[in-house]
Design a protein around this ligand. Structure first.
Ligand code: C5P
Length: 223
């Protein structure tokens, strides 16, 4: 029998990264930040000057990613691409933009599928992304879909970037978020939609702790 999976899907800035880290830590589960794999593919494309029209080359970059995730004590993960810490680069606007582009290529999604499934290991996995409950782990034990208003998400991303020492502009971020949402929702492969039976939580006006509590209530876990 395969290890249990909890999927947490939603748009960027919905809080799914933070929430997933907390869930994984409290449950003692592994964590898959699938967005990081798309961002890493984007970085690899940018660093190697790969033409995004060359689908074969982009898919190859996805397939051959040399990446290591190192869990830190605080629940964060250190991400090493070819042995180099790319934590800050992964979050840059340029990377987000390219990630959303490469994520729309079916061959890239296929290349990353097997890699993602390998994260399913005992005692369990919290998988965070866009299509964790619909495509990658359709048989997940519990599925969660997190949302938040675009404005709240832009504010959160802004705060995140500033904390990392990256210069950012809220209205610019908001525009990017709305555009990417549109692209993620309407693309033909793995569009961003709640999985059937997903527990939907809007985190716009409630705290992280409240979101976590609602999810624990949903999965029937008490601390
Ligand atoms: O979640 P995050 O913002 O890091 O994801 C970066 C990009 O990767 C998103 O724009 C989205 O298009 C893509 N993505 C995806 N499927 C996933 C995770 C992320 O298409 N499971």
């Amino acid at each position: 029998e395969s290890a249990p999976v909890i999927t947490v899907d939603g748009p960027s800035g919905s809080g799914k990264g933070t929430i997933s880290q907390i869930l994984a830590t409290k449950l003692g589960y592994h964590l898959l930040d699938s967005g990081a794999l798309y961002r890493l593919t984007a970085l690899s494309v940018l660093k190697n000057d790969i033409d995004t029209n060359d689908i074969e080359a982009v898919a190859k970059a996805a397939l051959e990613l040399d990446v290591v995730f190192e869990p830190q004590i605080d629940g964060e993960q250190k991400v090493l691409l070819n042995g180099q810490d790319v934590g800050v680069e992964l979050r840059l606007d340029e990377t987000s933009e390219m990630a959303s582009k490469v994520a729309a290529i079916p061959e890239v999604r296929d290349a990353l599928l097997i890699r993602q499934k390998k994260f399913r290991q005992s005692p369990g996995l919290v998988a965070d992304g866009r299509d964790m409950g619909t495509v990658v782990f359709p048989d997940a034990k519990h599925k969660v879909f997190l949302t938040a208003s675009p404005e709240v998400r832009a504010e959160r991303r802004h705060k995140q970037l500033i904390e990392k020492g990256v210069d950012a502009n809220i209205s610019h971020l908001l525009k990017g978020i709305i555009e990417r949402d549109e692209r993620d929702r309407t693309r033909t492969v793995a569009p961003l939609v709640p999985a059937e039976g997903a527990f939907v939580v809007d985190s716009s006006t409630i705290s992280i702790d409240e979101v976590v509590q609602q999810i624990f209530d949903f999965i029937g876990f008490s601390e």
